[in-house]
Design a protein around this ligand. Structure first.
Ligand code: DC
Length: 248
């Protein structure tokens, strides 16, 4: 018979300990701060999962547009957020694709109009609440890199590592301009800058989960800094926190 109460170090006590949750690195920041590219590279290096939370808001904005939902009707948009099925999968070439209600919406999701719709519906508390559980579901072993606006403040407040990326609005507009030009989409730089400033203002000034760094986040201004250098700084933050980072 096993002794009771169990002594220190017993298998029974060990089995009763709650399983520690996988570690999380949150990377928040405004649009065009480089979050997506940097988060993907960091997740790859660590071998962790990756959550692009902006894609969830974009997917709901897109589904609402497809279904003709009135964006001023909070309850209708929340119901749309709850029924929209969002799936991430890599294609045969290893490129990430996003499926909204089983339709490949990857390209449509990146459009500026979808970003603006996402920013507008993201200000609704019911929509944010509808997406919480899905976001928590991404926290799987061995770890998660979560990119967004409120990852460190609201969704994963217990994250072991928190980063906030910034860059001047002018540089962010230029980066977006280049990305779009590379894709063959021609847009006016000034109107892009205007859209970025308007989106930042809406994201930073909304009542629920506004864009702001968690008090303990490491803030990195990426203006004039290349992607590789920023990735190295984020990984250094994780390493300094005591987590073993594989060599790149
Ligand atoms: O990161 P992104 O540009 O794909 O995000 C699109 C919009 O979604 C952004 O303008 C605000 C909203 N969003 C949010 O409110 N909270 C998040 N965690 C991620 C995005």
């Amino acid at each position: 018979m096993k002794p009771w109460p169990p002594g220190p170090g017993s298998a029974i006590l060990a089995a009763m300990q709650p399983t520690p949750l996988p570690p999380v690195l949150t990377i928040d920041g405004p649009s065009g701060s480089g979050k997506g590219t940097i988060s993907r590279r960091v997740a790859e290096t660590l071998g962790w999962h990756y959550l692009d939370s902006g894609a969830l808001y974009r997917a709901v904005g897109l589904a609402a547009a497809w279904e003709g939902v009135d964006l001023d009707d909070d309850e209708a948009v929340e119901a749309c957020a709850r029924r929209t099925r969002i799936r991430f999968a890599d294609d045969a070439a290893g490129e990430p694709r996003v499926f909204v209600n089983e339709q490949d919406a990857t390209d449509e999701l990146r459009l500026e109009t979808t970003g603006a719709a996402a920013s507008s519906i993201a200000a609704k508390p019911g929509v944010r609440a509808a997406l919480v559980e899905m976001q928590h579901g991404f926290r799987q072993p061995p770890g998660l890199v979560a990119d967004g606006r409120d990852m460190g403040t609201v969704i994963f407040p217990d994250a072991a590592f928190k980063v906030f990326l910034t860059a001047s609005a002018a540089e962010r507009a230029e980066r977006r301009h280049k990305q779009l030009m590379d894709k063959g989409v021609s847009v006016n730089l000034d109107s892009l800058l205007g859209e970025i400033i308007a989106r930042d203002e809406r994201d930073a000034n909304r009542a629920v989960a506004p864009l702001r760094p968690a008090p303990e986040a490491v803030v990195i201004d990426t203006t004039g800094i290349g992607i590789e250098a920023v990735v190295a700084r984020v990984l250094a933050h994780v390493r300094e926190g005591g987590y073993p980072v594989p060599a790149r």
